[in-house]
Design a binder for this molecule. Structure first.
Ligand code: FES
Length: 592
C-alpha cells in the first residue's frame, strides 16, 4: 500500500530545512540590532531551528501527518513573528518568507472559503500599504516645504514611528499573502509575467526601505530635532530630506503599478510557465475505483481514489489524466470533479461501440477495480479573459464542469452552449440547467434547431475566451465562425486534419541524455525510432491528441503536426510530440 506525501512536499521540506539551518547559524551570531528581549533571543532561535527541521522531517511522512505538519507550521510562523517583532530580530522577519511559502506548498489548492479569506487579507493589507505610502509622501512634502523646523521635526518623528511599526506589518502582510495566493492557485510565482513583476516590486521596495530609506529618515529626523533645539531653520537639513521624499514617492508609484498589474494581469505566461503547461507526465499512480455511476445514456462516471487513501496530485480545470486499464490500454479523460478535493478524481466515459475497446472496458469496471493513472496534464487550461463562452458537444462537457465552477465562484461572466443528440445522452445537462439557469443553453439535436454559431460568437464581448470541446465537426464549425475579437481554445477527441500534408523527410534525432542518435526515415515516426532505444517514453493515442509523449527539444526546429498546440504556439522550439511530429533541417536534439 502506498500513501502519497502532499503535493509540493519536497519544495516545502527544502524551505523548512533551509530555515532550520539559518536559525542554527543565528544562535551563534550576534543580532544585527540590540533585541528588545535579549534573554529570549538565542533560546528562540534554537526553538525555531528545532521546529523548522522537525516540521521539515514530517513532510516526508505519509499524508496522515498533514494536520500535525500544518499545526507545527502555524506554531513556527507564530514564533517567527514573535522573534521578528517582539524580540525584534530583522533576520526572523525575512525568515517568514520561507515559512509562508512552505505552508502554501503543503496546503496546495485551498478550499473556496480559505481562498477568499486569503484574497481578503491580501486586498486589505495592500490597501493599508498603499494608504501608508500615500501618508508618507504627504508627510515628506510637508516636512520638505515647511518654514517651521519644529513642524519638520514632529513630522519626521511621526514618520519614523510608522516606519518601524505600521509599514513593516503592511509590507510583510501584503508580500506574504501575495506569495501564499500565488502558490495555492494556478498563478504560481514564476508562471505569469505580472506575478513575477509584482513580486519584484515588493522585493525592490523592501531592499530600498532597509537599504537607505530608513537611514535617510532617521538622519532627516535627527537633523530637524537638532536644528529645532538650536533655533535653526529647516534649510539646514541636508539631502536626506530629498531622499525621503523621492524614496517614498517611487515606492508609492511602484505600489500603484502593482495594483494595476493585479487588475489587468498583462503579459501572459513566462517562458517557464509555457513549459510547465506542457510538462512531461509524472509516474503512474495506483488508484482504486471507489464508485461507478451511470449518468446518461451510455455514459458512466468513475470516482477514483488513491489506493493508500492519500491525496492525489493537484490539478487545474481543463486537466486530464491517462487511465491505464487492466488490459494495458491507456485512455485519456478530462477531470470533471472539484480541484479542491484531492482525495478523489472524477471522470466520465462515453461508451463508443466503434472505438478501440477502451471505453467498453471501462464500462465493465466495478467498484474496487484497481487501475493506474498518469498525470494530471493540462493542455486546455482556463486562461484569463473578460468573458468565457463554452461550447460543448456531448461528452465534451466534462472539462468545462470545473471551469464553470471556478468562474461561478469568482463571479466572472460565462455562458455555456451544450449540444448533444438528445437530453438523455447529455451528461450533467439537467444539473447544469438547474444550477445555472441564466448561463446554460441546452441544445439537444432531437428537439432544437442547430444553434447559430456565427451569431452567438459575433455577439460575444471583445476579448472573449471561446472554449470548445466535442466532435471534430463541432470544433471545425466553431473555428469557421470565430470572430476576430475572440480567442479560441479547443480540445479534441481525435486528431485534426489540418490539410497541410507535408512529405515525411528523413532526419536524425540525438537523444542527449541517452547518448545515442536515431535515424528516422520517411514513413516511420520519431516515437517508434525513440522506442528502439528508450521504450519507457510514455505514449498513448499516437495521434498527437493526448499529450502523453511530450518531449523537450534542446536544439533544432520541430515540424509540429500534433493537435495540441494552438495556432499561435506552432513556432515553439522547446517541445515536440514525437508520435506525429518530425523535424525540419535534418536534425533535432531531444532531452531523452
Ligand atoms: S502519444 Fe498522444 S500525443 Fe503522442
Amino acid at each position: 500500500m502506498t500513501t502519497l506525501a502532499p503535493p509540493g512536499a519536497r519544495g516545502a521540506r527544502a524551505l523548512l530545512f533551509g530555515y532550520g539551518a539559518i536559525a542554527l547559524v543565528m544562535t551563534q551570531l550576534p543580532p544585527l540590532f540590540p533585541p528588545n528581549l535579549p534573554a529570549l533571543h538565542v533560546p528562540l532561535w534554537y526553538l525555531l531551528a528545532l521546529l523548522a527541521c522537525g516540521t521539515g522531517a514530517l513532510t516526508a511522512r505519509p499524508a496522515a501527518h498533514r494536520r500535525l505538519t500544518a499545526g507545527l507550521c502555524w506554531v513556527l510562523l507564530a514564533c517567527t513573528v514573535v522573534q521578528a517583532f517582539v524580540v525584534a530580530d530583522l533576520i526572523a522577519m525575512f525568515c517568514s518568507w520561507l515559512v509562508v511559502p512552505a505552508m502554501s506548498l503543503l496546503a496546495g489548492r485551498l478550499p473556496r472559503r480559505q481562498h477568499k479569506a486569503l484574497v481578503a487579507a491580501h486586498v486589505v493589507s495592500s490597501a493599508s500599504w498603499v494608504g501608508t505610502a500615500v501618508t508618507f509622501v504627504a508627510m515628506s512634502v510637508v516636512a520638505l516645504t515647511t518654514e517651521d523646523v519644529h513642524v519638520a521635526a514632529v513630522v519626521y518623528e511621526l514618520m519614523a514611528t510608522f516606519d518601524t511599526t505600521l509599514l513593516p506589518w503592511a509590507n510583510l502582510a501584503t508580500s506574504l499573502s501575495g506569495i501564499a495566493l500565488g502558490l495555492t492557485t494556478a498563478w504560481g510565482l514564476v508562471t505569469y509575467h505580472w506575478v513575477v513583476t509584482k513580486l519584484s516590486i515588493s522585493v525592490a521596495i523592501l531592499v530600498m526601505a532597509f537599504g537607505f530609506l530608513h537611514d535617510a529618515l532617521e538622519s532627516a529626523g535627527e537633523q530637524a530635532a537638532r536644528l529645532a533645539a538650536a533655533g535653526g531653520g529647516p534649510d539646514g537639513i541636508d539631502a536626506a530630506a530629498d531622499v525621503v521624499f523621492w524614496g517614498f514617492g517611487v515606492a508609492l508609484l511602484s505600489l500603484v503599478a502593482a495594483l494595476l498589474l493585479s487588475l489587468y494581469k498583462p503579459g501572459g505566461r513566462t517562458r517557464w510557465g509555457r513549459r510547465k503547461r506542457t510538462a512531461p507526465g509524472r509516474p503512474a499512480i495506483p488508484v482504486v475505483v471507489a464508485e461507478t455511476r451511470t449518468i446518461a445514456a451510455d455514459t458512466v462516471a468513475l470516482t477514483l481514489r488513491s489506493t493508500g487513501g492519500g491525496r492525489l496530485p493537484g490539478w487545474e480545470p481543463g486537466a486530464h489524466i491517462d487511465l491505464v486499464l487492466p488490459s494495458g490500454r491507456v485512455r485519456q479523460y478530462s477531470l470533471c470533479g472539484d480541484p479542491a478535493e484531492l482525495d478523489e478524481y472524477r471522470v466520465a466515459v462515453l461508451r463508443e461501440p466503434a472505438g478501440r475497446g477502451g471505453s467498453a472496458e471501462i464500462h465493465q469496471l466495478r467498484a474496487g477495480a484497481r487501475l493506474r493513472i498518469r498525470g494530471p496534464r493540462n493542455h486546455f487550461p482556463l486562461e484569463t479573459a473578460p468573458a468565457h463562452l463554452f461550447i460543448a458537444g456531448g461528452i465534451g462537457i466534462t472539462p468545462f464542469l470545473p471551469m464553470i465552477r471556478r468562474l461561478h465562484a469568482d463571479g466572472a461572466p460565462w455562458l455555456l452552449l451544450y449540444r448533444g443528440r438528445s437530453l438523455r445522452s447529455m451528461p450533467f445537462a439537467d444539473a447544469l440547467a438547474r444550477q445555472y439557469p441564466h448561463n446554460v443553453r441546452l441544445a439537444p439535436a432531437d428537439t432544437t434547431a442547430r444553434p447559430d454559431l456565427h451569431r452567438l460568437l459575433a455577439e460575444a464581448p471583445a476579448g472573449v475566451g471561446v472554449y470548445c470541446c466535442g466532435p471534430a465537426s463541432l470544433l471545425d464549425a466553431v473555428a469557421g465562425a470565430m470572430p476576430p475579437h475572440g480567442v479560441l481554445h479547443t480540445e479534441r477527441f481525435a486528431a485534426a486534419d489540418r490539410g497541410d500534408h507535408r512529405p515525411d523527410l528523413p532526419f536524425d534525432a540525438e537523444l542527449r541524455r541517452t547518448g545515442s542518435t536515431v535515424h528516422v526515415p520517411a514513413g516511420r515516426t520519431l516515437l517508434a525510432a525513440i522506442h528502439d532505444v528508450d521504450p519507457t517514453l510514455d505514449a498513448s493515442c499516437e495521434e498527437g491528441v493526448c499529450g502523453s509523449c511530450i518531449t523537450r527539444v534542446l536544439a533544432g526546429a520541430p515540424d509540429h503536426r500534433d493537435s495540441l498546440l494552438e495556432a499561435h504556439e506552432r513556432d515553439r522550439t522547446d517541445v515536440i510530440y514525437p508520435c506525429v511530429s518530425r523535424a525540419h533541417g535534418g536534425r533535432i536534439v531531444l532531452d531523452i
